[in-house]
Design a protein around this ligand. Structure first.
Ligand code: NDP
Ligand code: 2IT
Length: 444
């Protein structure tokens, strides 16, 4: 059996009941096959792949807090510090009832390669909890975040591990966690990113994942002879990534006709009303079903279905495995030419294969959504130099980073005889730097 297959088998055996982690490892290692085979003896002797798929550290802890009725609630917290070969562990905190160790490990593993692709000095990590922020009062959110950080702070530091937002963790949660970190340690340091603008946050961080997704998509379309202008775009999700993807798509002259949350989805053939969406989601933290109150001519459907509409470009921005083989078939049948992942691993492996086989341009999440963590790294830089850059300065750096990522993954794919396969390109380009750094640093 080849080295790649051996390590995939090892991961499945050693990490039972973690299907998302298996899926992420399989996708990366399959893409690396050509690179690994060219260096098989050396990599085997160094156990490079075994070291890459084993997190440096996995922290699991109790989070007890008091709800509004006075009852004590208990959640589980996680932080997986996966790999710090090229910089401090960096990655978001997910607060969602579906969170378990396998999901955090898949996200942490992806983050290693994504962070490498940004070209900035950040390693891979991820964390979170099975806490469900939906329907909780501000006081309950504060109680949870305080308890969560009371344990997590032991493992963090501006040069050690720097978490940020992800599903269910936005500016409010980061603020509460930062306050508790500061209270316990007395240290005013850039230990979280996505902070508020009055206490060390960076302009453009809020917008960065969605904007970055569109910068990369625009470059990918351009290099393949298309323009984003006037394209019809289907977006899923209605959270941080989706909202700012829609905003930038509209600024670039495209028309976004869908968005969704976990209850249902909206089809607005005239183009999504962004002000209404922001009011519903950012201000009122309400359900998407309310969109019809703002736009009576739009359709609201319960359940899933965004990928059934006719579109040129699809941008999945909600969660993992939300775009299945059936959805991919619908997209191809409806003439979709490009898919770019705003979320982490939103496309199933068979759907990805189907899209690639049918000539759809496909930008994988570790490249396409890297703008968020890239802006986080720019926030760390500003914190270190105790300065704040203007919106234009951060935005232009973000755009340059996303354009560079596209060209790096495009070149890597070409170098390995896989021109146009950006999955292979992203995995190889992300891996090369981390592998070199690991081998240069001895055995750990
Ligand atoms: P938010 O919490 O702001 O929004 C998430 C959106 O996705 C909501 O509309 C939510 O609906 C929907 N959603 C979440 N889980 C499910 C589910 N199981 N089924 C259906 N819909 C779901 O999160 P973000 O926008 O920050 O994150 C979205 C994706 O982007 C995630 O995959 C995240 O890992 C990834 N990402 C985020 C980055 C960031 O900077 N924030 C950076 C890079 C990637 P509802 O409100 O009903 O739950
Ligand atoms: O998945 C991701 O890249 C994020 N949630 C952002 C991580 C970060 O540290 O900004």
């Amino acid at each position: 059996m080849g080295y790649v297959d051996e390590v995939i088998e090892l991961v499945v055996r050693k990490n039972p009941a973690e299907p998302e982690f298996h899926q992420a490892v399989r996708e990366v290692l399959e893409s690396l096959r050509v690179v690994i085979e060219a260096n098989e003896e050396k990599y085997r002797r160094e156990a490079l792949l075994e070291r890459l798929v084993e997190p440096d550290r996995q922290i699991k802890f109790k989070v007890a807090w008091v709800d509004d009725s006075g009852k004590v609630q208990v959640n589980t917290g996680y932080r997986v510090q996966f790999n710090n070969a090229i910089g401090p562990y960096k990655g978001g905190l997910r607060l969602h009832p579906s969170v378990n160790l396998g999901i955090i490990k898949f996200l942490g593993f992806e983050q290693i390669f994504k962070n490498s692709l940004t070209g900035l000095p950040i390693g891979g990590g991820k964390g979170g909890s099975d806490f469900d922020p939906k329907g909780k009062s501000d006081r309950e959110i504060l109680a949870f975040c305080t308890s969560f950080m009371t344990e997590l702070y032991k493992y963090l530091g501006a040069d050690i591990d720097v978490p940020a937002g992800d599903i269910g963790t936005g500016a409010r949660e980061i603020g509460y966690m930062y306050g508790q970190y500061k209270k316990i340690t007395g240290s005013y340091e850039g230990v979280l990113t996505g902070k508020g603008l009055t206490y060390g946050g960076s302009l453009v961080r809020k917008e960065a994942t969605g904007y970055g997704l569109l910068y990369l998509t625009e470059e990918m379309l351009k290099c393949n002879g298309h323009s984003i202008q006037d394209k019809v775009i289907a977006v899923s999700g209605a959270g941080n990534v989706a909202i700012y993807a829609i905003e930038k798509a509209q600024q670039l002259g495209a028309k976004v006709v869908t968005c969704s949350d976990s209850n249902g989805w909206v089809y607005d053939k005239d183009g999504i009303d962004l002000a209404a969406l922001k009011e519903i989601k950012e201000l009122r933290r309400a359900r998407l079903s309310e969109y019809k109150n703002y736009r009576p001519n739009a359709e609201y459907h319960e359940g899933r279905g965004v990928w059934s509409v006719k579109c040129d470009v699809a941008l999945p921005c909600a969660t993992q495995n939300e775009l299945t083989l059936e959805d991919a078939k619908d997209l191809v049948a409806n003439g979709c030419i490009a898919v770019a992942e705003g979320a982490n691993m939103p496309t199933t492996l068979d759907a990805t294969e189907y899209l690639l086989a049918n000539g759809v341009m496909f930008a994988p999440g570790k490249a396409a959504n890297a703008g968020g963590v890239a802006a986080s790294a720019l926030e760390m830089t500003q914190n270190s130099e105790r300065l704040s850059w203007s919106f234009e300065e951060v935005d232009s750096k973000l755009k340059q980073i996303m354009v560079n990522i596209f060209h790096n993954i495009d070149d890597a794919a070409k170098r390995y005889n896989a021109a146009g396969n950006y999955v292979v390109g992203a995995n190889i380009a992300g891996f090369e730097k981390v592998a070199t750094a690991m081998m240069d640093q001895g055995i750990w």
